[in-house]
Design a protein around this ligand. Sequence first.
Ligand SMILES: [Zn+2]
Length: 99
Amino acid sequence: MKYKSIEFLKQYFKSIVNDECKAIIDKVFDDYKINKDKEIYENYIEYKNNEKINELINSEMRCLGLIKSGEQCARSRSNGRCYCKIHQKTLKFGKKIIN
Ligand SMILES: [Zn+2]
């Protein structure tokens, strides 16, 4: 993967997972002759998937360092550690606690 920003990873996973789910739902609609409803795609695929992917990215791939505003750092982790390159050196504003 060439680009490793958090935003890139989110979009990358969302497009893969949403496309796969859409293909499955399309097949169910066709096989059971159900009318394709845009609302079903939005409520049951995109909304749920996006929520799960955001959670996954934030807990598994995003740096756990906190920035000045108290928000979680927006960079991705590096070298298999819990922090980005900058936060591996210093955690000036603390770190995020994951339950
Ligand atoms: Zn960081």
